[in-house]
Design a protein around this ligand. Structure first.
Ligand SMILES: NC(=O)c1ccc[n+]([C@@H]2O[C@H](COP(=O)([O-])OP(=O)(O)OC[C@H]3O[C@@H](n4cnc5c(N)ncnc54)[C@H](OP(=O)(O)O)[C@@H]3O)[C@@H](O)[C@H]2O)c1
Length: 260
């Protein structure tokens, strides 16, 4: 029930039709008896700065959740960044402090790793191919390195972004081999789509399922559709799969906790 005491948290996206976070966020708040609610806000990139500036002045704003395409741009609008957001320069949540200042954080990676573990898969010690180097993929790479994967290979359309991310992670996680390679999942324990490919009908697959080794876990960040063409192709080859929905379900508790 939304009342005059409810604190609100928009999710800023463009477009916003695909977002599934409001449903799980509001269910989490309801289950825990927390008087907070999320609404989707479709904000074009050229209106992002003005929108954040206006929201900053709203007294009952708990914060903002941020998704594609705003994760990097919004980090520059925060007064401070914490944890992975500080290292990566991207954030997916902002908390409005009592003085109206904005603290940015990044939970995509922690949510992804928690989602894997919630499904009984431990990434520690595994070899991982991660497709993508955007906001979500950077968070995943950071959390997978923190979870102690043995080897992390980054593959991205814009190779320079993957190179820069690999350099930063290698410096921060000396026990993990981080490299940049081709979009070839052959021989990895886990192959992850961290790109936005699969959201739209007709998107190419991020990598060739025919190159998957038997037993490779194929994981998604894309959560709409529920079963992406990549997951369907991997399952057809007999590979275990892991949906994007697991990531947001595991992450939403962390997002709500950050705003309390
Ligand atoms: N399940 C969850 O909880 C969860 C949470 C957060 C995000 N997501 C999903 O994660 C996806 C990515 O979001 P994001 O915030 O990381 O977006 P982003 O920062 O815009 O990054 C997009 C990534 O996809 C790549 N890409 C886009 N179009 C491509 C194409 N045609 N060919 C090859 N690569 C392409 C980009 O490569 P370049 O660097 O070359 O542009 C980049 O690596 C979205 O689908 C989002 O909904 C899911």
């Amino acid at each position: 029930m939304i009342t005059g005491t409810t604190r609100f948290t928009p999710i800023l996206a463009h477009p916003c039709r695909h977002v599934r976070t409001p449903g799980v966020f509001n269910a989490e708040c309801a289950a825990r008896g927390i008087d907070m609610a999320m609404v989707p806000m479709d904000v074009a990139p050229e209106r992002l700065e003005a929108t954040v500036a206006a929201l900053r002045g709203v007294e009952n704003l708990a914060g903002m959740v941020v998704t594609i395409p705003h994760k990097a741009a919004v980090a520059a609008l925060c007064d401070r960044l914490t944890g992975a957001a500080e290292m990566l320069g991207v954030c997916n949540i902002i908390r409005r402090e009592a003085d109206g200042s904005l603290t940015g954080a990044m939970f995509d990676g922690e949510g992804f790793v928690a989602g894997l573990r919630g499904q009984g898969y431990e990434p520690g010690g595994k070899s991982v191919l991660l497709a993508g180097a955007g906001g979500a993929a950077a968070g995943l790479a950071h959390a997978l390195a923190g979870a102690g994967v043995a080897r992390l290979t980054l593959a991205n359309r814009s190779a320079a972004k993957a190179e820069a991310l690999a350099t930063a992670l290698s410096a921060a996680f000396s026990g993990v081999t981080v490299d940049v390679g081709p979009m070839d999942p052959a021989g990895y324990d886990m192959a992850v789509n961290g790109t936005s490919l699969g959201m739209h009908a007709g998107d190419p697959l991020p990598f060739d399922p025919a190159r998957l080794s038997p037993g490779t876990l194929v994981a998604e960040v894309v959560m709409q559709p529920d079963v992406t063409p990549l997951l369907a192709a991997a399952a057809a080859r007999g590979c275990p799969t892991h949906k994007g929905l697991h990531m947001i379900t595991a992450q939403v508790r962390l997002l709500v906790d950050f705003l309390l």
